[in-house]
Design a binder for this molecule. Structure first.
Ligand SMILES: Nc1ncnc2c1ncn2[C@@H]1O[C@H](COP(=O)(O)OP(=O)(O)OP(=O)(O)O)[C@@H](O)[C@H]1O
Ligand SMILES: [Mg+2]
Length: 453
């Protein structure tokens, strides 16, 4: 299963680790809250019923006592006085009340019976013979039947209010407050826990741009510290590897210099003028390649520090210097862009990279037009354009490889050895940007440099 199908399958499953973790914890929190609320509600219902049962039992017992103590002829009158509409109704009858109601569940009946028996009614002769409690488990209407000592049945019907487990003004407020605080704490804690993952990603990104990027701090929770240490070890190995290669390159370049110098001396002894001239020219070319190689190695070991520089100023300087080197092209050099633009960069190496691009434009295109585009999406764009023949499409990919030169520039007059573009690309990438070459629709080549703002 590739990530995109996984993504469409769980469309509501967020991609970010922090959001996922927070979601799982919050769902857990909600479940716990629901369970807690249920327990709380059941508990309150129990307590309210207990109080209600007690209250009802006391009232029923009160009515019973009044009835027993009243002489039988006046009992009906007393009872009708006690009536309170549908909430309370009491009658006397010869039969055991049965109505259409079921007997109340035994555990609930016990609640009433216990309370009834606690209420004093006077001497033993006043005790009821038998008690019946009717009503469903919902307690909407409860019918009590009490068998009088004389034989009649006293029937008391009471309507009970349903229990209200949430009826507390502070409870809801406290609950909402608690939930908000818990949710806030969860989000905060998850963010803190996940932050090292983002740091690691940023460090990997920085290492990709610059092998000499500073190491990660190896502190924090155990797993994070271990990951940071592993990452630092890996970065150190990569650095070592790159360094070894560069040192090898410069060592070869360095060691070639002496034999070349010796050969140049020996070439002086060649009798044939033409042969001697050609040999010396070849040796000079070799020497140029060697010094370019050494410069390349120097750049790779670059330890210049990053500081704020005025990019617009730097570009104008590069153009001025190109004009000094090629006075014939001065009218065909131009700068277009803001007067000042400050960025964080290694001034010397960035200047070398841009100078290489400008020198190519002047050498192969006879002109150089620089355009500086202010930051958008966090990136600055620099365009170096010329009006020359451009680059053959099949060469576009190759020109960034070391020692690759276009067919047209094979002759020695143009100087280079084919390291200008690779060096420029190395430098710009070390700054977190990139260089690309393309042909313009109107003819000529265009180098596009992007740099982080
Ligand atoms: N603006 C351009 N127009 C046409 N061709 C170009 C342009 N820029 C570069 N090239 C081609 O790309 C090749 C590689 O350029 P690169 O700068 O790497 O080396 P170079 O200029 O030959 O030598 P140097 O090391 O002195 O810069 C060039 O030889 C040239 O053929
Ligand atoms: Mg060049």
């Amino acid at each position: 299963m590739n990530p995109s199908t996984a993504h469409t399958k769980f469309r509501f499953w967020p991609r970010s680790l922090a959001t996922r973790t927070a979601m799982v914890v919050l769902v857990g929190l909600i479940l716990v809250q629901i369970a807690g609320l249920t327990i709380h509600a059941l508990d309150r219902i129990d307590i309210q019923r207990l109080a209600l049962a007690r209250d009802m039992a006391v009232r029923v017992a009160g009515i019973y006592r009044t009835v027993v103590m009243t002489p039988p002829p006046s009992r009906d009158a007393v009872l009708s006085e006690m009536r309170r509409g549908p909430v309370l109704e009491a009658t006397l009858g010869p039969n055991r009340p049965s109505e259409d109601m079921p007997e109340m569940p035994v555990p609930l009946q016990r609640l009433f019976r216990v309370n009834l028996s606690l209420v004093p009614v006077g001497g033993a002769q006043y005790r009821w013979k038998e008690v019946v409690v009717l009503g469903g488990p919902a307690w909407h209407r409860i019918v009590f039947g009490l068998h009088l000592p004389e034989g009649d049945w006293l029937e008391v019907t009471m309507a009970a209010e349903p229990p209200r487990p949430w009826h507390s003004p502070t409870f809801l407020l406290a609950f909402v407050l608690m939930t908000i605080v818990a949710a806030g704490l969860t989000v905060w804690a998850v963010r803190r826990l996940v932050a090292p993952v983002q740091t690691l990603a940023a460090a990997a990104e920085a290492l990709g741009r610059d092998v000499n990027a500073p190491p990660l701090p190896e502190d924090g929770p155990l797993e994070v510290a271990t990951a940071a240490a592993a990452f630092n070890t890996m970065a150190a190995r990569i650095r070592r590897f790159v360094q070894d290669r560069t040192e090898l390159l410069t060592a070869i370049g360095h060691d070639l210099r002496t034999p070349i110098t010796r050969l140049k001396l020996r070439a002086e002894f060649v009798e044939d003028d033409e042969q001697r001239g050609k040999m010396l020219a070849d040796l000079e070319e070799l020497e140029a390649m060697v010094s370019a190689t050494l410069a390349f190695g120097r750049d790779a070991r670059n330890t210049e520090s990053v500081s704020p520089i005025d990019l617009a100023e730097l570009l104008r300087t590069v153009l001025d210097e190109a004009g000094d080197a090629r006075p014939d092209a001065v009218d065909r050099l131009s700068y277009d862009g803001p007067a000042h633009l400050t960025i964080q960069a290694r001034s010397l190496s960035l200047k070398r990279a841009l100078a290489n691009l400008v020198s190519n434009a002047v050498t192969y295109g006879g002109s150089a037009h620089i355009r500086l585009v202010p930051p958008s999406d966090g990136m600055i764009t620099i365009l170096v354009e010329d009006d020359g023949p451009g680059i053959r499409p099949q060469d576009l990919d190759r020109v960034f490889e070391p020692f690759q030169r276009g067919e047209s520039s094979r002759n020695r007059e143009t100087g280079g050895v084919g390291l200008g573009l690779p060096i420029a690309r190395n430098i710009v990438r070390a700054h977190g940007g990139d260089v690309a070459l393309a042909n313009r629709a109107s003819g000529g080549a265009r180098a596009t440099v992007t740099l982080p703002a």
